[in-house]
Ligand binder design. Structure first.
Ligand code: C5P
Length: 232
């Protein structure tokens, strides 16, 4: 599993995104494109960033009936992205359909990872609104196992969960972890955080870092610090 730092490009427009990426003249960081940017700019933004030489994690969190997800994934696969994701709550048939849709005629496909429970869902909300009564940590692990059994490559999870996910699902089942902050930095709205070095120690394969890089006075220096702490 290739370890890497993925920058969450949570920008509202292509222009803002290019202005940010133009800071990087030597390296080509792995970039995460989320719903805001994708819905604003469409597939063209993916092609353009790819053409600049970046790897792309397209964070659209698909969740629909298996046939719809299969067809949507086939479209995303043609965009030549490197990682895509879906909600494990969509069920095993949806996840298997997604893999079928993603697989290109030559047998290659982007990595497919699952969201288990969103970090905005806590135990009380899960019990009272979703009517799931099990402990949250158990639900996360069980969904991760469903994803693995359906043939997915990994999950998005807290860096604090990365070790347990590897224990239960194997070291090749990849963990992609947001919630990263430099030591002594402001956590913002993130609750369960680690530093890049801690995430490495616990076993994250990819860390997703947004504001500590995008809002830094010197984004390139912040990115390099992340890489140095996470990969060494
Ligand atoms: O700015 P920050 O480093 O908090 O950005 C983290 C990125 O990871 C954001 O794009 C956020 O949407 C995403 N994310 C997250 N927690 C999850 C899933 C995704 O923070 N559970």
């Amino acid at each position: 599993m290739g370890k890497d730092v993925i920058i969450a490009c949570d920008f509202a427009s292509a222009e803002e995104t290019y202005r940010f990426l133009d800071n990087f003249t030597e390296e080509k960081p792995f970039v995460k494109i989320g719903m805001e940017l994708f819905y604003a700019e469409g597939p063209a933004i993916v092609r353009a960033i790819k053409a600049r030489g970046h790897k792309i994690f397209l964070d659209l969190k698909l969740h629909d009936i298996p046939n719809t997800v299969k067809k949507a994934m086939s479209v995303l696969s043609n965009l030549d992205v490197d990682i895509v994701n879906l909600h494990a709550a969509g069920g095993s048939d949806m996840m298997k359909g997604a893999i079928e849709g993603l697989t290109r005629p030559d047998g290659t496909r982007p990595l497919l990872i699952a969201v288990t429970q969103l970090t905005s869902i806590d135990q009380a909300r899960m019990e009272n609104e979703l009517l799931i009564k099990e402990p949250l940590a158990e639900v996360v692990m069980s969904y991760a196992e469903n994803a693995k059994n359906a043939g997915l490559d990994g999950v998005v999870c807290s860096p604090l969960e990365a070790g347990v996910v590897h224990e239960r699902c194997g070291k090749d089942f990849c963990t992609v972890t947001p919630g990263i902050r430099f030591a002594s930095a402001d956590a913002g709205d993130q609750q369960r955080i680690t530093t890049p070095a801690e995430a490495n120690k616990i076993g994250s394969d990819y860390i997703v870092v947004g504001r500590p890089i995008t809002k830094a006075e010197d984004p390139v220096a912040a990115y390099r610090r992340c890489v140095a702490e996470f990969i060494g």
